[in-house]
Design a binder for this molecule. Structure first.
Ligand SMILES: [Zn+2]
Length: 499
């Protein structure tokens, strides 16, 4: 069968089994660089944070940064890895204009941390992602292509290089291939990167901001027919948001399925994720390890972390996200599955901050997981970028608790907050959205509703108080939802002599 059209995701996954793998780079937040004393401040004037060592000048000798080694060991421990008692850095040889030494000091066959795992929860089920290695290396500089419309080298009139980033410590975390997850592969990839980010953030060793590049993710994807060998993988780079991790895996599964359906073989290559279209485009064909001519770095002494020091670091690890989630689920009185939805929505910190601003757990969760999650989903943005802050949500729920807003009005106020009209109080004032509980203002509407519904009024006079709900509804309609329901009900009953 020959098809040239992209299959649907469902068709692709019905026919093929995906295997994914993730390589994540995390820039450490150390004060100084990996092998010299240069500062690492983000956004400084180009080439002001450089020295002979990070510029790779002849004769300059590197010295390893103890804080970076410590941070890497802590990451390894938090990921349940074994820590090497002895290992070395290696030279990875290749030419890049933004890498002045013409080699990157990295680790090859002697990584600092090996054989760990991260558990993620998907639909109440635990999926274990095994970690192959966590190693330490240095970042490259940054090329800037000017004169073209796109900022890419194509069409540029000149290129500039900023070496401020060259030599900043980078930790690379590599998973083992993850098979057997079927249609959930995109979701598992996103859940893993989310969990990894949260673990590293809890260690306070990096600000792990994907959009600023301090956490960067490469996603490997391959497909195979059931029962057959794993397919050839492609590596998707430039995936710089959690949502993009999910989209990249999904689009690569569809693309590879299309080729395999046509009997075309998959080449091992690097591909680039396109934020605008959500698909991947070819990059260079993938180098293999032998292309890099790795050898042990002769200018650095080996690393031999004292087991007593490692044990000390392990004992001092902070509360990790999985432990924190269990604690919060208990404090908030919700199930593990509900907690998982909170995590998946990226709402855990937003809810925590809303509670800290004075709202009940149920009140905070209701807004972030309901109306705001829906709006974020519709707009295709992360919940944190939806346009409302925890303080604003706390103010909103405070107004509901005080009877100044009902649920329907509160949703309208939230709409204004999200649209950038200011805090809830400002939106209420500008849009005239407060609850009307003034009996004088409501009596006319109540009398009109009684006059228009004589049958219902008669039932209430006969003592069938439950019928009052229909009249309350009529009044809410004529007041466009702004009447205070309790005041309206009391008024109806007293006007009909049934109170
Ligand atoms: Zn330097």
């Amino acid at each position: 069968m020959s098809t040239t059209a992209l299959p649907s995701y469902e068709d692709a996954i019905a026919r093929y089994e995906p295997v994914i793998g993730l390589e994540t780079h995390v820039e450490l937040g150390t004060q100084t660089k990996m092998f010299c004393g240069c500062p690492t401040v983000f956004g400084a004037e180009p080439n002001t944070q450089v020295c002979p060592v990070c510029l790779g000048l002849p004769g300059a000798l590197p010295v390893s940064n103890r804080a970076a080694i410590e941070a890497t060991i802590r990451i390894g421990l938090a990921l349940n890895c074994d820590i090497a008692s002895w290992c070395r850095m290696a030279r990875k040889n290749y030419f890049y204009p933004d890498m002045p030494k013409n080699f990157q000091t990295s680790q090859y066959d002697e990584p600092l941390c090996v054989d760990g795992y991260v558990d993620v929860e998907i639909d109440g089920e635990t999926v274990r992602i095994e970690i192959e290695r966590v190693h330490l290396e240095e970042d490259t500089g940054k090329s800037l292509h000017v004169g073209g419309a796109t900022g890419r080298i194509h069409g540029a009139t000149e290129s500039l290089v900023d070496y401020n980033r060259a030599g900043i410590p980078l930790v690379e975390i590599v998973t083992k291939p993850v098979p057997g997850i079927g249609a959930r592969a995109p979701e598992v990839a996103k859940a893993y990167v989310t969990e990894l980010r949260d673990i590293i953030r809890s260690l306070n060793v990096s600000d792990v901001r994907m959009e600023q590049g301090s956490m960067r993710c490469d996603v490997n994807t391959s497909l195979n027919l059931p029962g057959e060998e794993w397919g050839t993988r492609t590596e998707t780079k430039n995936v710089n948001s959690l949502r993009s991790v999910e989209r990249a895996v999904r689009s690569e599964i569809i693309r590879q399925a299309m080729l395999l359906n046509d009997g075309i073989r998959i080449f091992q290559e690097t591909r680039h994720f396109q934020e605008t279209t959500g698909d991947t485009r070819p990059g260079r064909s993938k180098e293999t390890a032998t292309d890099y001519r790795y050898f042990p770095e002769p200018d650095l002494v080996p690393m031999a972390p004292d087991p007593a020091w490692v044990a000390e670091l392990k004992a001092a690890l902070p509360e990790l996200p999985s432990v924190k989630r269990a604690r919060l689920a208990e404090e908030w009185g919700i199930s593990a599955i509900d907690m998982q939805s909170v995590v998946n929505a990226g709402a855990i910190e937003l809810i925590e901050e809303t509670i800290a601003a004075g709202t009940s757990a149920a009140g905070a969760r209701k807004w972030w997981m309901g109306e705001l999650a829906r709006r974020a989903n519709e707009a295709g943005v992360e919940l944190a970028e939806v346009g409302a802050t925890p303080a604003q949500v706390a103010q909103l729920q405070g107004l509901v608790d005080a009877g100044k807003l009902n649920d329907k009005l509160a949703r309208q106020v939230l709409e204004g907050v999200v649209a950038g009209e200011g805090d809830p109080a400002a939106v209420i004032a500008a849009r005239g959205l407060g609850v009307v509980s003034d009996t004088g203002a409501l009596t006319a509407a109540v009398d009109a509703a009684i006059a228009e519904n004589p049958d219902i009024a008669a039932k209430i006079r006969d003592g069938k108080l439950a019928a009052a709900g229909a009249l309350v509804g009529a009044v809410m309609k004529t007041t466009r939802g702004q009447a205070d329901a309790k005041t309206v009900r009391d008024l109806i009953l007293s006007r009909l002599g049934a109170a």
